[in-house]
Design a protein. Structure first.
Length: 352
């Protein structure tokens, strides 16, 4: 090889080596990182036999304040529904005040009449006995007696008017109350009792029961006792109307749902506590605990207010535990959208 050839070869060797190094660097690509698989969070909601089950461990239940009570079997007297209202007793109190004032007027007029009667009789005797007094004095005494008699008659008319007004508005038993003759009803005037005007169904063949129950709101079912037929009809409902008394529990003017006993044989069923019932989709529901950590929502069918809750004769069994606190939390958990693996992963590469 000539000297020129050797020089060219020596010049090309470094250039080729550099090209090989550059090609190796450019062709190197690091292996892409593989994101660690993300496990899908276990769902608390499942479905079995068409029922939605919410599963919460005991620690979560305690942390969420979920409480349950055991259901017990009970018996309930069958009844039909009637409606009414709580009457304002202020007119009755006013009548009692009016009656007492009339009683005082009668007593005062009677005392004045007794005195003027004696004076008139004494003057008559004296005038007859040889005219020991003047005829004018005798006539004045008789005029005073006549005036006192008129006052007494007026007071008695006021007294009778108060009694008649009470009878017309409330009936004889209440009228006897303002006269002080019926101490059994004294609680009405003392504010311990309230008076209900209940309208029986117009097609009902059942006479007015001596005792009924009614929805007392937060106090559950309360008992009311018959006073008498009402001399005044209800301005809204039509039907036989009766007055009942019950422990004071509702404001004046409140509308009342009453329950009239029907038949002799009580019905068997379960009382769902009022605190266990929640409304969803326009329907009443309750959650039943199954085992230690499973909850299922059931429809409270044919619900009827009873004993501080709702009486049902199907769908629930004695001994089952019903959720009395935290039912709304279970419903929220049941309606929550399921959590997917993609939603649970916080790594941006989960989006690739």
């Amino acid at each position: 090889m000539s000297t020129l050839g050797r020089r060219l070869l020596l010049a090309l060797v470094p250039t080729g080596a550099a090209a090989l190094v550059a090609w190796g660097w450019l062709s190197y690509q690091p292996a892409p990182s593989i994101a660690a698989p993300v496990a899908t969070p276990a769902s608390r909601v499942s479905s079995e036999d068409g029922l939605t089950i919410v599963t919460l461990d005991e620690a979560t239940q305690k942390r969420s304040g979920i409480a349950t009570d055991a259901l017990t079997a009970t018996k309930r007297q069958l009844d039909e529904t009637a409606y009414g209202s709580v009457l304002d007793l202020q007119p009755l109190i006013d009548l009692q005040t009016r009656y007492r004032a009339a009683v005082a007027e009668v007593a005062s007029a009677q005392a004045a009449l007794d005195a003027s009667s004696q004076e008139a009789e004494r003057n008559r005797v004296l005038f007859k006995d040889h005219m020991n007094i003047s005829q004018k004095a005798m006539q004045a005494a008789q005029a005073a007696w006549s005036a006192d008699l008129a006052k007494l008659q007026s007071a008695e008319a006021s007294l009778e008017g108060a009694r008649a007004s009470a009878q017309q508005q409330f009936g004889p038993p209440i009228a006897s109350l303002i006269t002080g003759k019926d101490t059994a009803l004294a609680g009405l005037l003392e504010g311990q009792d309230m008076m209900l005007r209940i309208v029986l169904p117009i097609d009902s063949n059942t006479p007015a029961p001596d005792q009924i129950t009614f929805d007392g709101g937060a106090r559950g079912r309360l008992t009311a006792r018959l006073i008498s037929a009402s001399p005044q009809s209800d301005p809204i409902a039509e039907g036989p109307t009766f007055l009942y008394r019950a422990p004071a529990s509702l404001p004046v003017g409140s509308k009342v749902i009453a329950f009239l006993p029907v038949g002799q044989q009580p019905a068997r069923g379960i009382v769902i506590p009022r605190t266990a019932v929640l409304w969803f989709g326009g329907l009443p529901w309750a959650y039943i605990q199954q085992g230690k950590d499973r909850f299922v929502r059931r429809l409270v069918d044919e619900q009827s207010p009873y004993d501080g809750g709702y009486f049902v004769d199907a769908g629930f069994e004695a001994g089952e535990r019903v959720v009395t606190r935290g039912a709304q939390l279970l419903l929220s958990e049941e309606q929550r959208p399921p959590v997917t693996a993609a939603a649970a992963c916080k790594d941006p590469e989960c989006d690739d």
